[in-house]
Design a protein around this ligand. Structure first.
Ligand code: SF4
Length: 213
């Protein structure tokens, strides 16, 4: 990558981390998947209970594989053969975990998190419950402000997610959001995290790569 592009990215990431800190959230910068796994290893003590939210980023970056092989009490919502009831049970247990790991749909330069969720099982533990929350975020998810965040998620991430999930929604036909009233609509809960009471409960690891969508 061009040195000037790397310089721009570094400056932007430093700005985000500084603003996350102002909002009582921790920020880390890693350059690739290897450094990411090292950071996760540092932050998550062995033997503790770990839950995850729905996230393609975690698959792509090798975090789920790391948790499966590691010495954790891992609540694996993706385990083969899992039943709907078992998954629902995991969603409840996620509130009691030592660590909840997922991504965010967008991260603003002001150090805010923006998420849209279907049943809320991903965003609810970000807001309350787990002792710590670790968010793994590719640089492609950094946006200027909440306005850009909403546009990114509604017009880009949500239609792609609806397609991935095989939903029968207008966006899957059209390739863009029409704010549908479909029974299969996945955009039901809009959550902005601006700040935390408990300092560094939320830890954001920014990876200097494009991850997820
Ligand atoms: S609101 Fe409906 S059309 Fe828009 S992205 Fe969500 S599911 Fe698709």
């Amino acid at each position: 990558m061009d040195d000037s592009v790397v310089w721009y990215q570094n400056m932007q990431i430093q700005r985000v981390i500084k603003n996350l800190n102002k909002n009582n959230m921790a920020g880390y910068y890693v350059k690739d998947e290897k450094e990411l796994i090292q950071k996760v290893r540092e932050l998550v003590p062995e033997g503790t209970m770990v839950g995850i939210g729905d996230s393609m980023t975690l698959f792509e970056a090798g975090v789920i594989d790391f948790l499966r092989k590691g010495d954790f009490e891992f609540l694996d919502k993706y385990k083969e053969g899992i039943t709907k009831n078992e998954k629902t049970q995991i969603y409840i247990e996620n509130f009691l975990t030592d660590t909840f790991i997922c991504s965010t749909n967008a991260l603003t330069e002001e150090g805010e998190l923006y998420n849209i969720d279907g049943n809320g099982s991903r965003v609810a533990p970000i807001i309350y419950g787990p002792k710590q929350v670790i968010l793994v975020v590719g640089i492609n998810k950094i946006v200027k402000d909440i306005g850009e965040a909403e546009k990114r998620v509604r017009q880009y991430a949500a239609p792609i997610d609806a397609k991935r999930l095989g939903k029968n929604t207008p966006c899957v036909e059209l390739g863009y959001c029409v704010d549908c009233k479909s029974d299969e609509r996945i955009c039901n809960t809009f959550v902005i995290v601006k700040r935390q009471f408990i300092k560094d409960r939320i830890k954001v690891i920014i990876v200097a790569k494009s991850l997820g969508y």
